[in-house]
Write a protein that binds this ligand. Structure first.
Ligand SMILES: *Cc1c(COP(=O)(O)O)cnc(C)c1O
Length: 394
């Protein structure tokens, strides 16, 4: 069986019907009808047909989906225009009015909005539990629970959900399980190995890897992906030919990038943990992470995501010091998003201030002195030097 690095370059190449070594961009909305009308009817109705009409499918989209399904060890995958399109379409394919979803306290902000504000208007109820407490999941199941929706490691605190426990719980109760695997990427975590049914990504992040596209992916069984595809052609968030081609290009170096990022992030986390200006470092690769043992069980590498709390005399001082660091970092741009080759940093309390109420922030564990870091592939000596000079400005 071929290894991941080889699959990233060669999986799905049979879907490239041209002689071009690099799959071309199919910048077309529609395709010629076959002479044979029966074949054309089949093209119009077959899920994800790559050469009928763009909303139904595209050759590059098929190739990208084949690669990601291979990495995630699922039968099939569907690519869409954004991570949020993947999340909303994947969920809307399985729930209807009267159903219940079991979710976590901490999710990506867009997913939180979708679960709390959108779905409630359509008669779907959602219970949010502490993701670090397995029993809380088991106890919150209702007779009408149709979906367990999780995210691990979570945003921004890097809390871990026990994939094997949730996977088994879903199987025992006959409930579909779905995980947002964006933070880990399939290089670091393969949830299907722990019995999770559906795996979602914002491919805008690690999979694309260059902060130059938006895309989303849904991975699951062939049967489930057909259901999702049917939803997707009416919801309409198809991935553009050019973004799909960029994603195909980005995927080729996924393993190289993620492994470098893992190593840079661990070194930075260790350095920050020793620094007295930093009160707390949350990184799943540090033995100080409260779920380090569980993290080691389900993560092959610990990602480029870490979250720190800056020290200060009181909360106001911590906030001021965090702002000082943020404004003096030179390599780390203060920008939303993550998972690119360049390092980024954000202040979660400011970024999600408009989405989260103060109680929600407390439940999600967001403090004013907190900074969330996405480590890139710059040289580690330069990364640490940048933090050293920024901390010296306090
Ligand atoms: C960014 C992100 C999303 C949303 O993806 P978009 O491509 O921005 O729509 C979902 N989940 C996680 C964990 C993310 O980081």
């Amino acid at each position: 069986m071929r290894q991941t690095e080889t699959n990233l370059i060669h999986t799905g190449e049979e879907l490239n019907k041209t002689k071009a070594v690099v799959t071309p961009i199919y910048q077309t909305s529609t395709y010629f009808a076959d002479e044979n009308l029966d074949e054309y009817i089949a093209a119009a109705t077959e899920p994800k047909h790559p050469e009928f009409y763009h909303r139904h499918g595209n050759p590059t989209n098929s190739q990208v989906a084949a690669i990601i399904a291979k990495l995630e060890k699922t039968e099939d995958a569907l690519v869409l225009a954004t991570g949020m399109a993947a999340i909303s379409t994947a969920i809307l394919a399985v729930v209807k009015a009267g159903d219940h979803i079991l979710a976590q306290n901490a999710h990506y902000s867009g997913a939180t909005l979708f679960l709390k504000e959108f779905l409630s208007e359509y008669g779907i109820t959602v219970t949010h539990v502490d993701q670090t407490n397995n029993q809380a999941f088991a106890e919150a199941i209702q007779p009408n629970t149709k979906l367990i929706y999780i995210e691990t490691p979570s945003n921004p605190n890097l809390d871990i959900t026990d994939l094997e426990f949730v996977g088994q719980l879903g199987k025992e109760k006959g409930i579909l399980t779905m995980v947002d695997n964006t933070f880990a990427s399939p290089i670091n975590q393969v949830p299907a190995e722990f019995g999770i049914d559906v795996i979602l990504h914002s491919a805008t992040k690690y999979l694309g890897g260059h902060s130059d596209l938006t895309a989303g992916v849904i991975c699951g069984s062939k049967e489930y992906i057909q259901k999702v595809w049917r939803r997707s052609i009416t919801l309409g968030a198809s991935l553009s030919p050019f973004d799909s081609w960029l994603l195909l290009r980005g995927l080729k170096t996924l393993s190289l990038r993620v492994n470098q990022i893992n190593s840079n992030a661990l070194a930075l986390a260790q350095w920050l943990e020793e620094n007295p200006a930093i009160k707390k470092v949350s990184y799943t690769g540090l033995p100080s992470h409260p779920q380090h043992e569980l993290a080691k069980k389900q993560l092959k590498g610990h990602t480029g995501m870490l979250c720190i709390e800056v020290a200060g005399k009181d909360e106001a001082d911590e906030y001021k010091n965090a702002q000082t660091i943020l404004s003096h970092l030179q390599l780390f741009a203060n920008a939303a998003s993550l998972g690119g080759v360049e390092s980024l940093v954000v202040h979660p309390a400011s970024m999600w201030g408009s989405h989260h109420s103060s109680t929600q922030k407390k439940v999600s564990g967001i403090t004013r002195g907190m900074l969330r870091i996405s480590v890139g592939i710059e040289h580690i000596d330069d990364i640490i030097a940048d933090w050293e000079q920024a901390i010296a400005k306090i």
